[in-house]
Design a binder for this molecule. Structure first.
Ligand SMILES: NC(=O)c1ccc[n+]([C@@H]2O[C@H](COP(=O)([O-])OP(=O)(O)OC[C@H]3O[C@@H](n4cnc5c(N)ncnc54)[C@H](OP(=O)(O)O)[C@@H]3O)[C@@H](O)[C@H]2O)c1
Length: 231
């Protein structure tokens, strides 16, 4: 069964961190990078985030530009891409931005840890809830489900644990990193790929596609192709 073209986009510090050790959703992107991310989002069929990002930050994941939304509708697309959450226990706020900000189709991949009454709360609000696994979401099934639903271009917006699992399992085509001229440090601060890590021989090789200064702030944009993608 095919899966969509999957690309990860992250904003990191020069030491590869997605956030500080405080995990309060640090602002790392420059204005130029924020505009670039919105364009990427507007060109995606769906945007995916991991459970910690979803529960702790309750992201909107919408295209926050009337012009880009109009470009989508002119192509016959919905105003916003599908919002996708990968979350073991779907304790998502029913009145939060992920659920309410839109209009957008919402798909939640979760596990048997989510009680049926919570599944009902989210379904009653129009989210499509799929139980795919006992304790962790089966990512292959999630990607296959998205393909079946018409998703051909999937943007992944973190966090580090979801990024790592998608990379480890060979599901990622491309990785874009905005690297800000800044250092957060901290052993427990999340990096762009966390999880349990890999032994050296299993390291994922990347091919450089593009590297350039993005703006006057000293931020750099790097784009890689992942060479372990399973087709
Ligand atoms: N700078 C950026 O571009 C950016 C973007 C997004 C997020 N962030 C930052 O990243 C941090 C959050 O990242 P995170 O690594 O803690 O969490 P995450 O990747 O957002 O979410 C991971 C969680 O999703 C659940 N999950 C269920 N099935 C999974 C599967 N098959 N594979 C992976 N995860 C699965 C797991 O919950 P359980 O452990 O409960 O099973 C897992 O801990 C925050 O500090 C946030 O601000 C930064």
């Amino acid at each position: 069964m095919p899966i969509p073209f999957v690309f990860i986009n992250v904003a990191t510090t020069a030491d590869g961190k997605l956030d500080t050790f405080e995990r309060k959703s640090s602002s790392i992107s420059s204005d130029a990078d924020k505009a670039r991310v919105l364009r990427l989002r507007a060109e995606a069929d769906a945007v995916m985030v991991g459970g910690n990002t979803l529960i702790n930050e309750d992201p909107k994941l919408t295209v926050k530009s009337a012009e880009l939304r109009a470009e989508r509708t002119a192509k016959g697309l919905p105003e916003n891409p599908i919002k996708v959450g990968v979350v073991s226990l779907a304790n998502i706020k029913p009145d939060g931005d992920f659920m309410q900000n839109g209009p957008a189709r919402r798909i939640i991949f979760t596990t048997e840890l989510t009680p049926p009454e919570q599944v009902k709360v989210l379904s009653d609000l129009g989210a499509e809830v799929h139980i795919l696994g006992k304790k962790r979401v089966d990512l292959r099934k999630a990607l296959e489900t998205l393909y079946t639903l018409g998703v051909r271009r999937l943007m992944v917006e973190g966090g580090g644990t979801l990024n790592f699992e998608l990379l480890r399992q060979g599901f990622v085509d491309e990785l874009s990193m905005y690297i800000a001229p800044k250092i957060f440090g901290g052993q427990s601060a999340p990096s762009m790929a966390t999880g349990h890590g890999l032994i050296e021989s299993a390291g994922i090789n990347l091919k450089l596609l593009d590297a350039r200064a993005l703006d006057e702030t000293g931020g750099v944009l790097i784009r890689y192709q992942c060479l372990n993608k399973i087709y």
